[in-house]
Design a protein around this ligand. Sequence first.
Ligand code: ASP
Length: 601
Amino acid sequence: MHRTHDCNSLRKTDIGKQVTLAGWVNVTRDHGGVIFIDLRDREGLIQVVFRPEENAELAKQAHSLRSEDVIEVSGRVAARVPGTKNPNLATGDVEVIPNHLRILNRADTLPFPIDAEPHNEDLRMTHRYYDLRRPRLSRNLRLRHIATKATRDYLDSQGYLEVETPILSKSTPEGARDFLVPSRLTPGKFYALPQAPQQYKQLLMVAGVEKYFQIAKCFRDEDLRADRQLEFTQIDIEASFVAPDDIFAVTEGMLAAIFKAAHNIDIKMPFDRLTYREAIGRYGSDKPDRRFGMELVDLSDDFRASSFKVFRNAIDAGGVIKAINAKGFAGISIGQADELTEIAKLFGAKGLAFIKIENGEWKSPIVKFFSESERAALQSKLKIEEGDCVFFGADTWGIACEVLGRLRLRIAEMQDLHDRARKGHSGSDQGAPEWDFLWVTDFPLFEWSLEENKWNAMHHPFTRPKTEDMPLFEAKKFPDIRAEAYDVVLNGVEIGGGSIRIHEPELQEKMFETLGVSPEDRQSLFGHLLRALRLGAPPHGGIALGLDRLVMLICGEQSIRDVMAFPKNNRGIDLMTNSPAEVDPRQLRDLSLKLAKDKKL
Ligand code: ASP
């Protein structure tokens, strides 16, 4: 037996016991011939002390130990000498006095010290098996396990069946770019890795499964970001005979179970709900971060007859005047103002007007154009006080909201409002919760694609229009049709989304037609789904949550890479295995493939 205890479990009550431990040498210290070793395993640390006067042979052996060597020690648990206790360590009252040491393996020169966070992420990724030994990452893996287990247990308790769906599936033209897998048995044909098990889970509803879930791997060939990887994991859920409220209830229950298991926190339920239009109108985002105020305020009615041309023209052109009040931001620097103006322009504004309130004065070149009543309206609607800074958006509703929404987030960063909200300082909404969950509902069914010059599905082509908006569908008023689609948002991050689906074949055909899918493509790409819908498909709907993002938030991390065991770097490369890699020409031949770069093959 390699061990009787783990390195985190020995306490005062164990003093006098003979134990065997195994793990890694975290650090060694030589104090005048006495060797102190912090022995580490997954659970924690314990001090092991080799005294030459007690066992010269063992002390000599211990002298050769280096960080990350793997050892097994047997010995007696002893009380630490008063004054040498370590209150920061769970095992800090005791130490182990060994009578036996076995060196199980040696470690080479280390790529970086285990107790220092290396700045070079590539170095970490190259030696990921070593990087993962660090307590922060090992805690993240554990929290991920806890979250996944809570998910399974909760969904099981609600009658959901875990069903696996194929990884080798079929390419269909929705959403992101597919990863393709050439077929050896059918030369010239390709499987696609699933972007999500969307169609399979709907087919499982037709199959009568009624309540499905899967911790599903998904693959999308997209550019990578801190919260995006080529492969990621979804908690995928689908159920039959449901309305959005049913999906909200199971999702909320599941998230409550996850937070209870991971942090012993009781999250507030039910979650608030905002429609898409409300979310955009009030926060300029479909995933609002509500942990600080600075809501968008509509001033269009107040400036309808304004003599300030810029505002008046925007309204006359059918647009709006909106503003946010950044409390205590009158000290904005020139650099900050320039950056915010750049952001405003990037998202479609012509410029950025703002007013600083300093020494009782409204400072801005635009103030002189305002009438008394316009000033009064601004004052009362934005609750303007000394030290504030008010930013305006005068544009179409969409642009004004988007611009102010982006500014709101950047200003919050500049003012450190997220941190202050977390620590309960002023500057945040009274009592802003640490975990702010909400639903955003009633997304538009379609969005116009400028590049493709056609309507695309905002969620996906299987999403159902709201029943009350069906007449708009008949009337082809595409931009006005709302979908029975919803997102769940946590602290300004979209952690999941779903919809009630189309279960009628005629409506699904009509949807494809609107999206410009030709009748031939409908058959070749979606024939299976259309046929299934004709064989007694129940009404159904579901949701998928991004497990990586959720765990990232639970762990307080900034990047999903830190909650995945073996992520790719931001160029899509696995530096540890050096993948993607070239393959043997014979493998290509087996697959009937030729690379464009060496046509001769
Ligand atoms: N399959 C969808 C997605 O990955 C989620 C859903 O509609 O359930 O976004």
